[in-house]
Write a protein that binds this ligand. Structure first.
Ligand code: GUN
Length: 278
């Protein structure tokens, strides 16, 4: 039987710490949130980000642009936000409509306002061990592990998934914490055997309940990044929780595990920004 890593509790702790820091140090922070189009899930995420800003004491300004906004128009807005000294963080909610080149938009955001940590400059800094903004979901997973008393140093860590937002930065962060890291993906041979070697297994594979107990070493720590809506309306992760919990020592549930950490770490990036030396 495993213990639960409660992402709700830990994310609230981090948001509280951010709020206290803003208040104590009288920090003036402002996050610009840009949403293009009317994807309902994105609208919910953006709404939650704005609510978190309010809680922490960070000003937020939002730009809700129509689906047919041109790339030039969006680039021009980003240029204005880059030049605006009152704004210290810029977040462009992804995915963007198909006619807009996401990569070009990410590159246009000034690296020192890139609170998502997606700009190649920040990704590069992470890869060579320099300070910079780090992608919120993987940074949140490090917080979950540390605040749950998990030692990372020297552990065998397997990350399933190699996306730019989660898998790759996750692997780099675990490496920075001195784990021995293996990254698995759709071409990996003998995935089950590779996973069975993990002391810490981080699953960002994008397939509902794919990873069951047979992939897990007795006593491993299991972190589930996936979130899917099942036919019965309930949410599940990439890990088959009921099966995995019999073998894991610690496990994140879905919902209430990794999910709430993304916004908490966004707040931490917005509040700590400027102390990063970038
Ligand atoms: N879409 C899904 N997750 C994210 C995120 O963390 N940041 C942004 N900007 N868009 C997203």
């Amino acid at each position: 039987m495993s213990e639960i890593i409660d992402g709700k509790v830990i994310s609230n702790m981090i948001k509280d710490e951010c709020r206290q820091k803003v208040e104590k140090e009288g920090l003036k922070r402002c996050l610009a949130v840009v949403l293009v189009g009317d994807d309902p899930a994105s609208a919910v995420y953006v709404g939650n980000k704005k609510k978190a800003c309010e809680f922490v004491g960070v000003r937020s300004v939002s730009y809700e642009l129509p689906e047919d906004t041109s790339e030039e128009k969006l680039l021009s807005l980003i240029a204005d936000l880059n030049a605006d000294d009152e704004i210290n963080g810029i977040l462009v909610q992804l995915p963007l409509p198909k006619h807009i080149n996401e990569d070009r938009i990410i590159r246009a955001i000034s690296p020192d306002k890139d609170v998502d940590g997606f700009h190649p400059e920040n990704v590069g800094r992470l890869s060579i061990g320099q300070p910079g903004y780090v992608s919120c979901t993987p940074a949140g997973i490090i917080e979950l592990l540390k605040r749950s008393g998990v030692t990372i140093d020297g552990k065998s860590c397997v990350v399933i998934g190699r996306s730019n937002i989660v898998g790759k930065p996750m692997a780099l962060l675990m490496l920075r914490e001195n784990a021995t890291v293996t990254v698995c993906h759709s071409h990996t041979k003998d995935l089950r055997e590779v996973c069975q070697r993990a002391d810490i297994l981080i699953v960002a594979v994008g397939k509902p309940k794919m990873i069951d107990a047979s992939y897990i070493k007795e006593g491993a720590v299991v972190i589930d990044v996936g979130i899917h809506r099942m036919e019965n309306g309930k949410l599940c992760g990439d890990v088959d929780y009921d099966s995995a919990k019999e073998k894991a020592s610690l496990i994140t549930p879905v919902p209430g595990g990794v999910g709430p950490m993304t916004i908490a770490m966004l707040m931490k990036n917005v509040v700590d920004g400027g102390e990063l030396g970038i």
